[in-house]
Write a protein that binds this ligand. Structure first.
Ligand code: ATP
Ligand code: MG
Length: 262
């Protein structure tokens, strides 16, 4: 296996993301529905940015635009200076629901991206590497119904990581997990990000999660989403949930988001 294809210890392959003056609206049964309002956002290579905002404000829409699944009405999105015009395996979206194929083993679910691109025969080792990154080696031959919720979500992360994403787009990836599994997975996500070195954009409803994971937390307004404010989280990892600064920041952010949150 060539060094460039190793998932860990390879040269860091993160990218810079730039969202410039992006506005977007949908047509909802003939009604004009503005969803994003002049979003300007720069994410540095390897940075971990969290997005917080009210339900329905446009967070998933923003991730879909970054993924290249849709084009904005106004403005531009750039990856390392190049316009994002279509989906690309270097930018992968991970959702709340792991959406594994029930008839495929974990190994075959993780392999699906490489298989679709005709890369699997030469790069089977990457599947093993991705499974080992999420500590699922022993479950390679299991089927999705034989996994716990946390394991299924780890399999979904492995399925993303096998493609060596430069930009990982995480749309409430831990939202459906029970609270203890969620806490464990938050630590796993940080450790994956530290090991692999991708740029990360995480949407979450959980302020504490944003504070534990991200270098920067961006707060969006109600729809149409505008950037209200951002907070730099200049704290080494691993971070403690009961860190006095983070507890204080959590209160500040909750106050910014309004009483419906928490
Ligand atoms: N394809 C679409 N066509 C029409 N309207 C859409 C479409 N996709 C999203 N919307 C609308 O855009 C708005 C923003 O949706 P989006 O999914 O981006 O919100 P969100 O911030 O991710 O919400 P949540 O926190 O609940 O996941 C919603 O009002 C939704 O109804
Ligand atoms: Mg959403």
């Amino acid at each position: 296996m060539s060094a460039a294809l190793k998932l860990v210890d390879a040269p860091r392959r993160s990218v810079a993301l730039e969202v410039r003056g992006v506005s977007h609206a949908f047509d909802l049964g003939g009604k004009h529905l503005p969803v994003l309002d002049n979003i300007d956002l720069s994410v540095a290579p390897g940075e971990f940015v969290a997005l917080l905002g009210p339900s329905g404000c446009g967070k998933s829409t923003l991730l879909r635009l970054v993924a290249g699944l849709e084009q904005p009405d106004v403005g531009a999105l750039l990856e390392d200076g190049a316009p994002i015009t279509a989906p690309d395996p270097s930018r992968i979206l991970v959702f709340q629901d792991p959406t594994l194929f029930p008839w495929r083993t974990v190994w075959k679910n993780v392999a699906v991206g490489l298989e679709a691109r005709g890369l699997l025969p030469a790069h089977k080792q990457r599947v093993a590497d991705a499974l080992s990154l999420v500590r699922l080696e022993a479950f390679a031959q299991a089927y999705p119904h034989q996994l716990s919720g946390g394991m299924a979500q780890r399999a979904a992360l492995a399925r993303a990581l096998v493609n060596d994403p430069h930009l990982l787009l995480l749309d409430e990836p831990l939202g459906k997990l029970d609270s203890l599994t969620r806490l464990a997975m938050q630590n796993e996500l940080v450790s994956l990000w530290q090991k692999v070195g991708f740029t990360a954009l995480l949407v979450t409803h959980d302020v504490e999660e944003a504070l534990l994971l991200a270098d920067r937390v961006i707060v969006l307004s109600d729809r149409p989403a505008r950037i209200v404010t951002e907070f730099l989280i200049d704290k080494p990892r691993p971070r403690r949930r009961d860190d006095a600064d983070l507890v204080h920041l959590r209160q500040t952010i909750l106050a910014t988001l309004g009483p419906v949150h928490d």
